[in-house]
Design a protein around this ligand. Structure first.
Ligand SMILES: Cc1ncc(COP(=O)(O)O)c(C=O)c1O
Length: 434
């Protein structure tokens, strides 16, 4: 049973049959804050930030680590990550507002997105964001209109045509993608030419993001030379001076025991080597390297806690164990078949039991959090812990069935700090006009 602990934050322990995180008993946290509850382990968050900065800079000193807020963001988290020296990748006016409210330095913000609105771009320019990662010609034209005498540092997002071998919903760097300028049809070169002529845009680099999660090094190793070939050709034909190369995010997290994520050092080694080698072969000066981890910063730090309610046994067919959350707080299993392990947080030492499916409480038959998992016989009131729930759960949460989005607590050294309260019924009606 305790082998599952490796999927939980590094401070997770099993003591007297109870799961604890950051020195706090998970079942006690549930009594104090209610369920569903998301718990983030501060030590684990800091370990990941330091891991990315340390492993990459050791191999490629000029590396900038930019956190992809889409994985999960709020003000407390943004302040913590900024304190660890991370910049921010934002994809909306909302994410931009949150990180700025948390005190993030504007010049360390990268603004992404395949359809940034005029208002969002104006806000980004007005607040002095460090980089805009331009995705298409429409956006370049908008920048021209909005610049008002300023020159904005810009990266161009490219689609290098490399398959990262992940779910098609989270594959972004192939030719058939809504994101970025394609390398195969001359669009990317056209964008370099346009940017070169522009008075509003200062083209400082190139960006790509292949998809997520990527468990292999090969997609990065293939994409980097492709993009640096393009950079070398653009230097030759249009005088492009590549100051920055962003290779995006996508670093994997271990969700289940039989698919462990590679260590950060493996990504750092492969990517740093590929960039250095490709630059050397093409006689390019080594650009600053930008990486954009999202999932891998917050994924393992977060644990979702649910209470068991109804247990439905269909003899010879299946046993459904229903919990008080589900697809409204974690849509990943329903959206792309994501897999999770489960631990019974209040009976963590118990072995054996029966094979059950963990069902959410929302009105969709597809709202199954975990299919076919062997757990000790469950009763109403048991607490189930889903590890690796820190990324793309809360950030994709909805109010489906007019449910309340869960609270978030940050645990450290036996202390729990509420960093987001549970929504209330009043919150659900706050935007209504009657
Ligand atoms: C441009 C870009 N950068 C970074 C990320 C973060 O990916 P991950 O959370 O897998 O690290 C994404 C995810 O969609 C992305 O689109």
């Amino acid at each position: 049973m305790s082998d599952k602990l490796i999927l939980f934050p590094e401070t997770a322990r099993i003591e007297r049959g109870h799961l604890s995180i950051g020195g706090r008993d998970a079942a006690e946290l549930c009594r104090e804050f209610g369920t569903p509850l998301y718990v983030f382990d501060e030590a684990m968050l800091r370990t990941q930030c330091r891991g990315f900065i340390g492993e990459f800079r050791q191999r490629y000193p000029d590396t900038r680590v930019v956190y992809a807020c889409k994985a999960f963001i709020n003000r407390a988290l943004a302040a913590l990550l900024a304190g660890e020296g991370l910049g921010f990748d934002v994809v909306s006016g909302g994410e931009l507002s949150i990180v700025l409210a948390a005190g993030a330095a504007p010049e360390r913000i990268y603004f992404h997105g395949n359809n940034k609105s005029r208002e969002e771009l104006a806000a980004a320019l007005g607040r002095g964001v460090g980089r805009i990662v331009a995705d298409n010609f429409h956006e370049l034209a908008l920048l021209e209109e909005l610049a008002a005498g300023r020159r904005q540092k810009v990266l161009l997002r490219l689609t290098p045509g490399i398959d990262p071998h992940t779910h098609k919903f989270t594959t972004t760097g192939i030719v058939d993608s809504k994101f970025g300028f394609s390398l195969v049809d001359g669009q990317a070169e056209e964008a370099v030419k346009l940017a070169g002529r522009s008075r509003a845009v200062e083209l400082v680099g190139l960006h790509f993001h292949l998809g997520s999660p990527i468990f292999e090094m090969e997609p990065y190793e293939k994409a980097i030379p492709v993009v640096l070939d393009f950079a070398a050709a653009m230097k030759e034909r249009h005088g492009l001076a590549l100051q920055e190369l962003s290779i995006g995010g996508g670093f994997a997290v271990s969700y289940v025991l039989d698919r462990p994520a590679p260590p950060i050092a493996a990504y750092a080694e492969a990517i740093a080597t590929a960039v250095r080698e490709a630059c050397r072969q093409r006689r390019l000066a080594g650009p600053a390297l930008v990486i954009e981890p999202g999932r891998s910063i917050v994924g393992r730090a977060g644990v979702a806690l649910y209470s068991v309610g109804a247990v439905k046994r269909i003899p010879g067919v299946r046993t459904y164990v229903s919990v008080d959350g589900g697809m409204a707080d974690n849509i990943r299993p329903a959206l792309y078949g994501a897999k999770y392990e489960v631990l019974v947080a209040n009976r963590a030492g118990e072995e054996g039991g029966e094979v059950v499916s963990i069902a959410g409480k929302f009105c969709e038959s597809g709202d199954i959090l975990v299919q076919d998992v062997r757990l000790p016989a469950l009763r109403a009131g048991d607490i189930l812990a889903l590890p690796a729930a820190g990324a793309y759960c809360l950030s994709m949460a909805s109010n489906y069935n007019s449910s309340l989005k869960p609270p978030v607590v940050l645990v450290k050294d036996g202390q729990a700090r509420l960093i987001r309260r549970r929504e209330s019924y009043d919150d659900l009606m706050r935007c209504d006009e009657v």
